[in-house]
Design a binder for this molecule. Structure first.
Ligand SMILES: [Zn+2]
Length: 145
């Protein structure tokens, strides 16, 4: 894997952190890169004038600060494939919560009728309208935050 370095040859503190995350075997880091932030970049939601409440909900979701079974199971070291949704019987992870979760289906249907978004991770976070994306994230996630 290519390591990030500056021209002087010594990696900066940020570059060392990025390399550490990219090379980590911790599933939480791997999931973060795969589903939340593949480029490990600062999200544009922090540079735009959007609702603080919506930005906070989105940030919490991206950092796994929620009560989905995938995260609760981590606390008890339950195997990931056993961290199931009690309603649907599938792994209750962030993708399930965003796209399929039954407890927010009314909200999802309502918002998707107003303005459809790609609900696949990590594409969801790249929507051009950051205010709409963060609003969706806030409404979708408030029942399991
Ligand atoms: Zn479910």
């Amino acid at each position: 894997m290519c390591k990030i370095q500056d021209i002087g040859g010594r990696p900066s503190e940020r570059e060392r952190e990025i390399n550490k995350i990219r090379s980590s075997t911790r599933t939480k880091y791997q999931t973060y890169i795969l589903k939340m932030n593949p480029e490990l970049e600062r999200h544009a939601m922090y540079d735009n004038n959007i609702s603080e409440l919506h930005r906070r909900s989105t940030a919490r979701f991206r950092l796994f600060l929620h009560n989905l079974a995938i995260e609760r199971g981590r606390w008890t070291r339950k195997p990931a494939e056993q961290r199931l949704c009690s309603s649907c019987g599938v792994v209750q992870d962030e993708q399930h919560a965003l796209r399929d979760f039954c407890i927010n289906s009314d909200e999802r249907q309502h918002l998707m009728t107003q303005r459809p978004l790609n609900l696949m991770l990590p594409t969801f976070f790249n929507d051009e309208d950051i205010a709409v994306m963060t609003k969706f994230c806030h409404v979708f996630t408030k029942k399991f935050m």
